[in-house]
Design a protein around this ligand. Sequence first.
Ligand code: ZN
Length: 296
Amino acid sequence: MTHPTVSDVVRACDALWPPEYAESWDTVGLAVGDPTAEVRRILVALDPVDADLDEAIAGGYDFLLTHHPLLLRGVTSVHAGTLKGGAVHALVRAGVAAFNAHTNADSAVGGVSDALADVLDLQDRRPLVGTPGAPEGTGLGRVTTVPAGASATVLSVARTLAAELPPTITGVRIAGDPEAPVSTVAVLGGAGDSLFDAVRASGAEVYVTSDLRHHPATEARDTAARGNGTPHLIDISHWAAESLWLEPAADALSAALDANGFDVGIEVSRTVSDAWTVRIDQGTERTDFTGGAGRE
Ligand SMILES: [Zn+2]
């Protein structure tokens, strides 16, 4: 068996996570690399941050597949003294190609959204926002339902996430009523505060997403309170939520390259690129802060 080239790996990735399903604002594909270069080892990671670049370079990998883009916006310089320029120089010097599948991997069947929904093991999955022109089931986020006869609450969903997600300092947080019953759950890996309208339209009682900022979260809860109280919110680590995709992505890419007769090693990064590293707890464990900010 022969080793694939960078362009062979790109072709396999594009078949798994078609770039045409990426959002219009997004950047996906090959950012750094020689299409004709041989690839013996691939590293799959969430972020093209320095720790992951160092892991790829020091580990002797030829191809770094990440979820998030190295270069999201247009660049006019890759001057090595800049953050991104320095990364490009380091990759080129080491002969490591950098490729990413971002919102196209979020949307794909079996992609980032499905990897997160899999943790909750619920039924009747559909996209929160379907991708126009894409096969059924493709789109951002997932809406999924609790089986008839089973009971779930906001707290039980949060506890399942806490048990199944890779541990992070920020843990799992709830906005709303922990004891509220749940029959429909909306999930979105990554920053989900732009999709509240779709979540409300889905009828989900709870919305699981990441990076919920103060104003969108408080306004979403006020909007909920003026209606039937839903959706309650569960905020999880962006890194933890999306890193669930890394193993299935590596498996899918490995199977695709193997089916094409290529010999290549694929490994998942061990780097934790969650930004937060320390938390100072402020008192006894509580699951309901609705009584106000006072200490017990
Ligand atoms: Zn993300």
